[in-house]
Design a protein around this ligand. Structure first.
Ligand SMILES: Cc1ncc(COP(=O)(O)O)c(C=O)c1O
Length: 487
């Protein structure tokens, strides 16, 4: 294996063989542990439950219902075959006008109809993954930097850096203010980048946040816009979770703030990435969108979209589905209702054994606070606990360090990629682990074995050292309620 790796590094390009993909992160190791031993209620009831996958499966039945009622929209069937030939032949990279129109309207609805989107600014990409990368290509040269508030989505490392050569500079956010982005933290990260001779070309962030599940308020967005405008750098808002805001405050997208501040700031600096992967629960369809207020970026991104077009069949199907406003309205409100219910069930379930989660109002996950369970407030301490959770409690949750969180002990737990029964099993396991006093014993046993357990999943990587950009302070935060429960 090592030998073939060496040969390949000579045969293949430097880019292809670089480790910028980030596959060696516990974020992906947890997925491997799940793949090796996946939970099934009857055939493998003791298997690993996948809580590391940010999918929104809760309302797919509504989409299925619509597809059954509108079979001709699927094209590759008897009802829709009349449109087959046109769909199968040449595709223009502008995208079908009816698709762009329907997507623009959907984006408006997902933002509470507070803002208008111009279909001519809608550019297709392969998911938000492709949209984000396209924006990096358009906005930065290899070696340039983008500031990114941490904790942040682990795959940003791959999506934004790997093929573009762009560098990410974390803006450290802290639990003391609910991980909100401050002007001071932005300034500090900017200065750090300058000191390291990195030319900062912009700020990128996800709002609602992955992994926090929080939304930025209008004032914070205005501060951000003022900051980027002052420096004349770009702002990329990844709004892939816009329609997952399941309770107040309502979502304020960057477009709303941009329109408000249009007279004061340079709108050419503002860009949005989004997709239907979370809002509609359709990650397999690979529908990503670049929306920019900058004409040159729209034009350049459109040319680049040849590398990540949405298939014509998918465009036609979605053009019909999203144009059915009765359906999208029902879907959006029902999806929010179900997410709220699921979030509540999870937060209440873990709360019963004293586990707290960051207060959130969006997303398909909770940011769970297990700081009180750490043997030591370090990245190693966090990884030790994570191993126990994956290999003994058999839950694939994602450790905060994989999100470049600067404080040890936070874990992202996804709750919308499973049915009610599976969530019930997961909660039972957590409660047994923590509430039964088992947690302390298991953690202690694991540490005594020097964290070298031969775990059943066998897929766990060696402890990971935090990135130099995200120092791990010894947490000044008082022990979480979990400690009290444990004691
Ligand atoms: C913040 C964020 N951006 C982008 C993506 C990638 O989404 P897509 O499946 O549309 O490529 C994800 C997926 O989890 C995400 O959480």
């Amino acid at each position: 294996m090592e030998a073939s790796k060496k040969v390949n590094s000579q045969l293949l390009s430097k880019l292809a063989t670089s480790d910028q993909h980030g596959e060696n992160s516990p974020y992906f190791d947890g997925w491997k542990a799940y793949d090796k031993d996946p939970f099934h209620p009857t055939t493998n009831p003791n298997g690993v439950i996948q809580m590391g996958l940010a999918e929104n499966q809760l309302s797919l039945d509504l989409v299925e219902e619509w597809i059954k009622k509108n079979p001709e929209a699927s094209i590759c069937n008897a009802e829709g075959v009349h449109a087959f030939k046109n769909t199968a032949l040449f595709q223009d990279y502008h995208g079908l006008p009816e698709f762009r129109q329907a997507v623009a309207r959907f984006m408006e609805k997902a933002r509470g109809d507070k803002v208008r989107f111009d279909p001519d600014r809608i550019v297709m990409a392969g998911g938000a993954t492709g949209a984000n990368e396209t924006l990096m290509f358009c906005l930065a040269d290899p070696g340039d930097g983008f500031l990114v508030p941490s904790p942040y989505y682990p795959a940003f490392n791959r999506d934004l850096r790997w093929r573009t050569g762009v560098k990410l500079v974390p803006v450290t956010c802290e639990s003391s203010n609910g991980f909100q982005i401050t002007k001071e933290a932005l300034e500090e990260a900017y200065e750090n980048a300058e000191k390291a001779n990195i030319k900062v070309k912009g700020v990128i962030l996800s709002n609602p946040s992955n992994p926090l599940g929080t939304t930025m308020d209008r004032a914070a967005l205005r501060t951000l816009v003022t900051f980027i405008n002052g420096k004349q750098i770009h702002l990329v808002c990844d709004e892939i979770y816009a329609a997952t805001v399941f309770r107040g405050p309502r979502f304020v997208g960057i477009s709303e703030v941009a329109e408000e501040m249009a007279e004061l700031v340079n709108l050419d600096l503002i860009h949005v990435a989004c997709s239907l992967s979370k809002d509609m629960g359709l990650p397999g369809f690979r529908v990503g969108i670049v929306y920019s207020y900058n004409d040159a970026v729209v034009s350049c991104a459109r040319k680049m979209s040849s590398f990540g077009l949405v298939s014509s069949q998918t465009q036609r199907l979605l053009a019909r589905m999203l144009a059915d406003e009765e359906f999208t309205e029902r879907y959006l409100s029902e999806s929010r209702r179900r997410l709220a219910r699921r979030h509540e069930a999870f937060a209440r379930g873990v709360g019963e054994v004293g586990i707290g989660c960051l207060e959130s109002n969006a997303g398909v996950y909770c940011w769970m606070d297990l700081r009180g369970m750490l043997k030591e407030a370090t990245a190693e301490g966090e990884m030790g606990l994570w191993r126990v959770i994956v290999n003994e409690v058999k839950l694939n949750v994602s450790p905060g360090s994989s999100f470049h969180c600067g404080e040890a002990g936070w874990f992202r737990v996804c709750f919308a990629n499973m049915d009610d029964e599976t969530l019930g099993v997961a909660l039972k396991r957590i409660r047994r682990f923590v509430g039964g006093g088992e947690a302390a014993a298991v953690v202690k046993r694991s540490w005594q074995r020097n964290l070298k357990l031969s775990f059943s999943a066998g897929a766990v990587a060696a402890p990971r050292v935090m990135s130099p950009h995200s120092p791990m302070p010894h947490s000044p935060i008082p022990h979480s309620p979990l400690v009290r429960a444990k004691n």
